[in-house]
Ligand binder design. Structure first.
Ligand SMILES: [Mg+2]
Length: 149
């Protein structure tokens, strides 16, 4: 077994869970202090949506897309997780399932009124700027320009 923690089942009784205690009431106060009003207060949330809508953001589509990308990305990851860690085989069916989940992610294009071609073109442009020689480079990957998203 490798790794920092011995979590083999016959060692569980040796793990001391009481070493690290958190004062949950203090933590709740801290979290409340660092959380924005739109996240804590319904009226502020509605005002934020109204402001963004007034700016022409199509916020209802963006919020749907943001939730969807996260959820569908998780579904994509779940398939890969089951393959890597739980014995799910690589098969045509599972490949098709990955493609379906990727398609679900692509629905986010609707929120920005763009096509898949636009997404790919933007990605190629970004990666060409990051790797001008056309090859991956660890230094360039770790030391990105401030405008490299
Ligand atoms: Mg899905």
């Amino acid at each position: 077994m490798s790794g920092d923690y011995n979590t083999h089942n016959d060692q569980q009784e040796n793990i001391n869970y009481t070493d690290h205690t958190v004062d949950l009431s203090k933590y709740a106060v801290f979290v409340d202090g660092v959380t924005s009003d739109p996240s804590k207060d319904y009226q502020s949330f509605v005002e934020s949506l109204d402001d963004l809508d007034g700016q022409g953001s199509n916020i209802h589509r963006l919020l749907t897309a943001a939730v969807g990308v996260s959820a569908e990305g998780g579904e994509f990851m779940e398939i890969v997780k089951k393959m890597v860690f739980q014995g799910k085989p690589w098969s045509d069916h599972n490949r098709k399932h990955l493609v379906i989940e990727l398609g679900d992610v692509m629905q986010a294009c609707m929120a920005l009124n763009i096509t898949l071609d636009d997404v790919i073109a933007g990605n190629v442009e970004k990666l060409k700027k990051r790797y001008p020689g056309g090859e991956f480079d660890v230094y360039k990957s770790e030391n990105r320009a401030i405008d490299d998203l």
